[in-house]
Design a protein around this ligand. Structure first.
Ligand SMILES: *Cc1c(COP(=O)(O)O)cnc(C)c1O
Length: 501
């Protein structure tokens, strides 16, 4: 069956050492029953050389990485998933281009269907999930339920649209997302997609979805009609593993272009919210990619910066709305996987921290654990600094960044000045500037005033010579397909109506 003799990697829970499941079971379940996250029992090492990797396409690299983590998928299955995910949905064959600007390398992860980095994982998750269902003899159709504050919902819709064996229902706060975000969602194609605006805020949408996941009676009712719920949440291992790929790819590209010697260490800087993206970089390092510093960039919601400074995680603070909304987060769920790891893979120790976090909003790690964090550097960028960073690079080099990427660029500059570290550095670029035209235009053309996002986008395109992304062009004229609205309490009934149960 399996061509390569790879030792199976099993998955355990960050909160219960007795849990042991296969990769496909972990993908199917998403979250462990004890509330913990699935983690591989060991992080596998790459079994091809950096030199060999430097000759590979994105898809080939994806296979070399994913085969080591998802060991119960066959070669054929993985390659089919990869082929279906990383195709012409991306506007460049490189999938994740690495662009050198002013001596720094920007890894552009925004060339997919929704022009932001969530596409990197959400374009493959549906295929990993449906394959996992087949492998585990799940006959039910998978129904994805998602609550969204904007971006994840659209990326999940785009990923699951018309994927056989799945349906997806997305709930968003009717008056709580931007006009562009709403338009992106309500114009979504695909017979299996459903989008619902709820009369409530994001937390209520989220709570409503969680209640349906926990509702045993509803579970049985659905099963009787051949359905089961699943989630596309960012803690799914099926989202984390595909994110490791682009760090391996970025290093291999640098090597292929002769920018670095084989084995030469680089730094990476990641604009961070839920800690999924930077955790993938940490896994890449542990697989054997020569990464020196992992630079963790936060916006004014600087919980992670404070954590790296003091060893104390404290979410009890004011929540700040910033121009980098995908990083406006006070609980970085994926950090749990790092805590587990620096506790020496000790589920009990980790569970104690997480319990304290849920009860008091705070936990503190031991000095031993802090010693394990030396590869990380954390800092943050304020709103003004972020806008200045966009303006400065545009003036100097003509390159336009979105606000999330600018937070990373600003923090990298702080690091470089503090440590005089001249290693080659990759800055992860997580969104197209066209997705955040208000902030971007304010930074690069402050005298231009317009409310309408499309007017701003046209001007951005004219000014910079950048082509308007297809994702924007499409929604400008697309028909509205989804008009359902409901009260929070009606969410389960809406789901039943859609599924005709
Ligand atoms: C989700 C997101 C981030 C944060 O990534 P995490 O994995 O949650 O740390 C950064 N930038 C953009 C544009 C995002 O959509």
């Amino acid at each position: 069956m399996k061509e390569d003799k790879i030792m199976d990697v099993m998955y355990t829970s960050t909160r219960d050492a007795s849990v042991k499941v296969t990769a496909s079971q972990a993908v199917l379940k998403g979250l462990s029953d004890d509330g913990g996250l699935f983690v591989p029992e060991r992080i596998p090492s790459l079994d091809v050389s950096l030199k060999e990797l430097s000759g590979m396409t994105y898809q080939e690299t994806a296979y070399e990485v994913m085969k080591l983590f998802l060991t119960d998928y066959t070669k054929q299955e993985l390659q089919d998933c990869i082929r279906a995910a990383y195709d012409s949905k991306f506007d460049t064959q490189e999938i994740a281009p690495l662009v050198c600007v002013d001596g720094v390398y920007y890894l552009e992860l925004f060339h997919g269907a929704t022009i932001a980095f969530k596409d990197m994982a959400l374009s493959i998750l549906p295929h990993l999930l449906t394959t996992a269902a087949k492998k585990n003899d799940v006959k039910n159709e998978i129904v994805i339920l998602t609550a969204t504050s904007g971006d994840t919902g659209k990326a999940a819709l785009a990923g699951f649209a018309d994927v056989k064996g799945t349906k997806i229902i997305v709930f968003y706060p009717k008056n709580g997302v931007s006009p562009i975000q709403e338009k992106q969602m309500v114009t979504q194609q695909g017979e299996n997609t459903h989008v619902v605006g709820i009369h409530g805020n994001f937390d209520e949408a989220q709570t409503g979805v969680k209640q349906m996941f926990a509702d045993k009676a509803m579970e049985q009712e659905l099963a009787a009609h051949g359905y089961q719920f699943s989630s596309a949440n960012s803690i799914n291992i099926g989202r984390l593993v595909p994110q490791i790929v682009y760090y391996v790819y970025a290093y291999a590209r640098l090597l292929a272009r002769g920018e670095i010697q084989e084995g030469e260490a680089i730094n990476v800087t990641v604009p961070t919210g839920n800690f999924g993206n930077i955790l993938a970089a940490f896994y890449a390092k542990n697989m054997g990619i020569p990464i020196a510093k992992l630079i963790c960039a936060s916006n004014e919601n600087k919980v992670l910066y404070d954590f790296f400074e003091t060893g104390r995680y404290d979410k009890n603070r004011e929540f700040v709305l910033t121009s980098s909304p995908s990083m406006d987060i006070l609980i970085s769920s994926n950090l749990e996987r790092l805590i587990y790891r620096i506790a020496g893979n000790d589920a009990q120790k980790n569970a104690a921290c997480m319990k304290q976090l849920s009860l008091e909003g705070v936990y503190e790690i031991s000095d031993d654990m802090r010693m394990e964090l030396q590869d990380f550097y954390g800092n943050y960028a304020g709103e003004k600094e972020t806008e200045e960073t966009i303006a400065k690079l545009y003036k100097k080099m003509g390159y336009v960044m979105d606000p999330h990427t600018a937070v990373a660029a600003c923090v990298y500059e702080k690091y470089r000045q503090a440590y005089q570290d001249s290693k080659k550095t990759v800055i992860v670029s997580t969104a197209s500037p066209f997705k955040f035209t208000g902030t971007v235009m304010n930074a690069i053309a402050p005298s231009f005033h317009a409310e309408d996002d499309f007017v701003l986008a046209d001007e951005l395109s004219r000014l910079t010579g950048l082509k308007m992304p297809k994702a924007m062009e499409e929604i400008r004229t697309a028909d509205i397909r989804h008009r359902t609205e409901c009260e929070v309490a009606e969410m389960p009934q809406i789901v039943r109506n859609f599924l005709k149960v």
